[in-house]
Design a protein around this ligand. Structure first.
Ligand code: AMP
Length: 462
C-alpha cells in the first residue's frame, strides 16, 4: 500500500502541545454522555491540542499518524474516540462470544500498557465495554482467564500477545481499530517482526492509528506499509521538547556526577522546590549502583530497571508516587510509559546513546502544561551525544558551568554549590543558573494508583 499523508494546518499558537486547547470543548466531539461523564470525572475541562486535532479524525474513521510527545494527552486522544466507535457493540451479556476484541493497542513496554489500560478502564467505566491488558514477565493464567471471558479493548505488548494468539486464547479476527503506541520505541526494541505477524492477523478493513514521539524515516516506512492515506497530526514541533521544560546542561566529570545530584537536590530544597525527580542512567548496573549511592547520601532513592521483577517495579513506582521515594533512578526502557503528572525535575545522569531517547526522557517533565526542569550532567566524553541531541532538537542547549570555587560542603566555595532556579543575586563569584524564574512549586504527585498487579486480570468497573 502506498499512501499520501494529509497534513492538518495547525493554527499558529497551537504549537504548544501540552496546554489544553481553549477553543474546543469535549462536548464539541459529540461523544456519548457515558464517555463525557467519565472525562469530566477525570477533571479534564478542555482537550489538549493533540486531542483537539486527533479525536475528530479518529471519529471519522481515518487512519492517523500522531506525532505526540509523552505527556501531551495522547492516550485520551485515541482511547476516547475508540470507545465512542465501538460503543455500538457494548453488551451486558456475560457470554464471551458477545465480547470479542474490537480494538487492539500495542505498546512497547508493560508499564505503558498498564498506563493505557488504566485510562481505557476509567474512560469506559460507565459503559458495558471491557478493557484488559496483557504483557510478558508475569504468569499467563490470569490473563488467559480474562481473555477467555471476552474483552473489547485489549492493550498488549507484542510478544505476550503472540503467546496468547499461539495458544488460541486471543483472536484478532474482529479487530476494527489498531493502535501502535510509541511506535518509534517498538521499532527500537526490535518488535517489527512481531508487529508484522500481529497485523497480518487483523482484518485489512481496519482503522490504524500510529503514535510516535518522532517521525523518523523508519516510522514513515512503517506507516506507509500499514496505514491508509493517513492524516498526520503534529501538534508540537517535530523532535522538540515541550516548551514548558527548562533545560540546562552542566559539564561535570563522571566521578563528580553523583555529588552533583546531591547538591542539585539540596539546592532545590533551599529553593522550596520539590525534590521529586527522575534520574536517567544508561545501564541497569549503573542504575542500581546510583540508587544505592544516593541512599547512602541520605536521599530517598529507588531504582527501576529491566532486571527488576514486575512486582518490584510496581512497589517502587507506588513508593515514588506516594512520595516515600524522592529520586527514581531509571533506565529508558523501564521508565517508558510511567505516568507521573507534574514531574518537576528530570536529571540525565548521563546522556542516552540515542538522541530520541533524550526527548522521551525529558518528556517526563513539563507535561500537560506544567513547568519542569530538565538537567543534563555531561562529561567531556559525551559531547558528541550532546551534538546529536542538539541537531535533533534543532536548538542549542544552554551550558551552565558549575561555579569554579573552593570546596566546603553547602557553601558557595563548594564546587557543586549553585543556585538553580533562583533569579536573586548570587553570592559573589558564583555564577547562578539563570534559566529559571523563582518559583515555589507544590508537586502534584498523584496518589498511588490501584495496585498495578490487580490490572493483570483486567478491570472491574467502579
Ligand atoms: P498522556 O500523554 O496520555 O500520557 O497524558 C499525560 C497526562 O495528561 C495524564 O496524566 C493525563 O491524565 C493528563 N490529561 C490527558 N488529557 C487531559 C486533559 N484534556 N486535560 C488535563 N489533563 C489531561
Amino acid at each position: 500500500m502506498t499512501n499520501t499523508a494529509t497534513e492538518i494546518n495547525i493554527p499558529s499558537g497551537a504549537a504548544d502541545s501540552s496546554t489544553p486547547s481553549a477553543t474546543i470543548t469535549f462536548a464539541d466531539f459529540g461523544l456519548d454522555p457515558k464517555i463525557q461523564k467519565a472525562v469530566s470525572e477525570q477533571g479534564y475541562n478542555t482537550p489538549t491540542p493533540i486531542q483537539a486535532q486527533a479525536i475528530p479524525h479518529v471519529l471519522l474513521g481515518k487512519d492517523l499518524m500522531g506525532a505526540a510527545q509523552t505527556g501531551t494527552g495522547k492516550t485520551a486522544a485515541f482511547v476516547l474516540p475508540i470507545i465512542q466507535k465501538i460503543l455500538r457493540h457494548a453488551s451486558s451479556s456475560a457470554s464471551p462470544a458477545r465480547h470479542p476484541i474490537r480494538a487492539l493497542v500495542l505498546t512497547p513496554t508493560r508499564e505503558l500498557a498498564v498506563q493505557v489500560a488504566e485510562n481505557a478502564a476509567s474512560y469506559s467505566k460507565h459503559t458495558d465495554l471491557r478493557a484488559a491488558v496483557v504483557y510478558g514477565g508475569v504468569d499467563m493464567k490470569e490473563q488467559v482467564a480474562t481473555l477467555r471471558n471476552g474483552v473489547e479493548i485489549l492493550i498488549a505488548t507484542p510478544g505476550r500477545l503472540l503467546d496468547h494468539i499461539g495458544s488460541k486464547v486471543a483472536n484478532l479476527s474482529q479487530v476494527e481499530i489498531l493502535v501502535l503506541d510509541e511506535a518509534d520505541r517498538m521499532l527500537d526494541m526490535g518488535f517489527l517482526p512481531d508487529l508484522q505477524r500481529i497485523i497480518d492477523l487483523i482484518p485489512a478493513q481496519r482503522q490504524t492509528l500510529l503514535f510516535s514521539a518522532t517521525f523518523s524515516p523508519e516510522i514513515k516506512k512503517l506507516a506507509q506499509s500499514y496505514l491508509r492515506t493517513p492524516v498526520t497530526v503534529e501538534v508540537a514541533r517535530q523532535n522538540a521538547a515541550a516548551d514548558t521544560v527548562k533545560q540546562v546542561v552542566h559539564m561535570v566529570s563522571s566521578a563528580d556526577k553523583q555529588r552533583a545530584i546531591v547538591k542539585i537536590l539540596e539546592a532545590r530544597t533551599r529553593q522550596g522546590l520539590s525534590r521529586q525527580c527522575i534520574i536517567f542512567t544508561n545501564s541497569r548496573l549503573g542504575c542500581a549502583r546510583l540508587a544505592r549511592a544516593l541512599e547512602r547520601d541520605g536521599i530517598k532513592a529507588g531504582a527501576i530497571h529491566g532486571d527488576k521483577s514486575q512486582g518490584e517495579r510496581t512497589l517502587t513506582l507506588d513508593a515514588f508516587k506516594s512520595g516515600a521515594i524522592e529520586a527514581l533512578v531509571a533506565t529508558d526502557v523501564a521508565a517508558r510509559g510511567l505516568d507521573i503528572p507534574d514531574m518537576p525535575c528530570v536529571i540525565n545522569h548521563e546522556l542516552p546513546f540515542s538522541a530520541e531517547d533524550f526527548i522521551h526522557r525529558i518528556g517526563r517533565t513539563g507535561r500537560a502544561g506544567s513547568k519542569g526542569d530538565a538537567i543534563a550532567l555531561v562529561d567531556d566524553g559525551e559531547k558528541r551525544l550532546l551534538d546529536d541531541i542538539e541537531k535533533l532538537m534543532k536548538r542549542k542547549l544552554e551550558v551552565k558551568p558549575l561555579p569554579d570555587v573552593k570546596t566546603s560542603p553547602g557553601q558557595p566555595s563548594d564546587p557543586f554549590f549553585y543556585m538553580p532556579y533562583e533569579s536573586g543575586a548570587a553570592p559573589k563569584g558564583v555564577d547562578a543558573v539563570k534559566t529559571a524564574e523563582p518559583e515555589v512549586k507544590k508537586v502534584g504527585i498523584t496518589p498511588a494508583k490501584p495496585a498495578v498487579g490487580a490490572l493483570l486480570g483486567g478491570f472491574k468497573k467502579k
